[in-house]
Design a protein around this ligand. Structure first.
Ligand code: AMP
Ligand code: MG
Length: 476
């Protein structure tokens, strides 16, 4: 007997005016689709496992007839790309499907790769298997690291040929988010001088993400304060775990404080603030160490959209508080990852010591947490690590660590890395029809990041070359 489906569905985004904010879209189906993986644990928690096990689900997830609960639309937004105003963008290959709610837990559903939309411009509306696997595993890895992120629910591949540098397999991905609202949504109406639609958007954003502010008369200042804080926290988490987003354009910056739009992302090898992952980023605008500064710049674009509601001096002063907020969140996350109290006067010493220890090429920063927390860590950094520095850092840390904070810190300390060479292995197997890498790693991540992964040990054990020098193209 089938279990009753308990998630409720709604389509709140469609309450905004259609011509300005969205267009209804009929998805375009992939040829001969098949599941690569379904994230069953997430499906259970969202109460949609029955939905995804139906025969119609594969058809719907691959761009065929939508499920009755869905009402696919593409959202319109604009944005600044690489520091330049890019004008109208929008979902060129993504569809908002609606919101599922289960016991107060609401998630927006987004189907990526289901064909062209009115915002596709010259794009084909498709996503390839390679980049979809990268997003699928990348977002689940970040979630396991305790970083706010969109989640990956299901992945489909197909026989549809999609041309990138070579011909690749077309795929679709269903991802979930608290919200897909981006800074670019605000810019879209602000820069087209649509004041009344901007007001509507602000009300909508409050309802979605900050409902406690609904009854406030002038909520925009508090709202901006919240966006600043969530973004400062997000980028602090990225810096703590060595994550490089790669394309921090304002259209890829969520107002919910979730990591959004995984393109040419990656993790630093050794701790290198200058590390640039996106090979089209010749200026290094989105280098690892630039990310806090870029997030502040992006929030400056958002502040401009609010100048009809909040005084410019107030907005400037709030924006100027970003570095301090970032430092606060960075200290908080590092403290909990290192089992030290946030007010410990030696916290910065330990944090800086960790970054310095893992700034040597041949070491891997993500392994650093286990090197500090565990007496007998193993990992790829072994040959390159400075043993004397390690011993003195561990001595300082062990004098400051709090025993009751250790379980949480140990849970968040990764026992394996989602390295580029591990991803390449998973992708090359998947390209010939073997999806066991995707399934194994996703299952391992469902159990937590501190648990060893046999698959990662087997295929991620040895890097092709030491250090971070790895670049990815934007093509996806
Ligand atoms: P991104 O930086 O990948 O988030 O993409 C920037 C913009 O290009 C967004 O409006 C995307 O929807 C759009 N886009 C990216 N790839 C494609 C594609 N293959 N087809 C249509 N639109 C795309
Ligand atoms: Mg994007």
């Amino acid at each position: 007997m089938q279990r009753k489906q308990i998630a409720e569905w709604s389509q709140p985004f469609q309450s905004l005016p259609e011509s300005v904010f969205w267009s209804r879209v009929k998805p375009s189906p992939l040829v001969s689709p098949c599941w690569v993986d379904i994230n069953h644990l997430l499906a259970e928690s969202v109460a949609v496992s029955t939905l995804l096990s139906s025969d119609q689900a594969l058809i719907a997830a691959s761009g065929g007839e939508p499920l009755p609960e869905w009402d696919p639309i593409a959202q319109a937004y604009s944005g600044h790309q690489f520091g330049q105003w890019a004008g109208a963008l929008g979902d060129g290959r993504g569809l908002y499907l609606g919101v599922s709610s289960n016991k107060g837990n609401a998630y927006e559903w987004h189907l990526k790769g289901a064909g062209k939309t009115p915002y596709s411009r010259s794009g084909d509306g498709r996503a390839v298997l390679r980049s979809s696997i990268r997003e699928y595993l990348g977002s689940e890895y970040m979630n396991a690291l305790g970083v706010p992120t969109t989640r990956a629910l299901a992945l489909v591949t197909s026989q549809t040929p999609v041309l990138r540098e070579t011909v690749e397999q077309g795929a679709t991905l269903i991802r979930l988010a608290r919200s897909h609202l981006r800074i670019g949504h605000f810019e879209h109406v602000y820069h087209s001088r649509r004041e009344s639609e901007l007001r509507e958007l602000i009300q909508f954003a409050i309802q979605q993400l900050d409902p406690e502010l609904i009854d406030q008369t002038n909520p925009e200042e508090v709202l901006f304060d919240r966006y600043l804080d969530r973004s400062a926290r997000l980028v602090a988490e990225w810096m703590a775990v060595g994550f490089v987003h790669g394309v921090m354009n304002t259209d890829n910056t969520a107002l919910s404080g979730e990591t959004l739009d995984y393109g040419p992302y990656g993790f630093v090898g050794h701790f290198d603030p200058g590390y640039v992952i996106n090979h089209t980023d010749a200026q290094g605008r989105y280098a690892f160490g630039q990310q806090p500064h870029v997030m502040q710049w992006n929030l400056g674009c958002l502040a401009e959209c609010l100048t009809s509601f909040v005084g410019v001096d107030t907005l400037r002063a709030m924006l100027a508080s970003f570095p301090e907020r970032f430092r606060h969140h960075y200290r908080q996350t590092m403290a909990s990852r290192l089992a030290v109290t946030t007010d410990n006067p030696r916290l910065d010493l330990i944090t800086d010591g960790l970054a310095s220890l893992f700034s040597v090429p041949g070491t891997f920063y993500l392994e650093g947490f286990q090197w500090l927390l565990l007496d007998e860590p193993h990992g790829l950094s072994k040959r390159a690590i400075d043993q004397n520095k390690l011993i003195s850092l561990r001595k300082i840390w062990s004098e400051e660590k709090e025993v009751d904070l250790m379980p949480k810190a140990l849970n968040l300390a990764p026992s394996w890395m989602l390295s580029h060479w591990l991803l390449e292995e998973v992708i090359s197997q998947a390209n010939v029809g073997d999806y066991s890498g995707v399934v194994s790693l996703r299952e391992d991540l469902n159990c937590g990041i501190s648990m060893p992964s046999l698959y990662a040990e087997r295929f991620g054990g040895s890097p092709p070359s030491a250090g971070s020098g790895y670049h990815l193209s934007c093509s996806s």
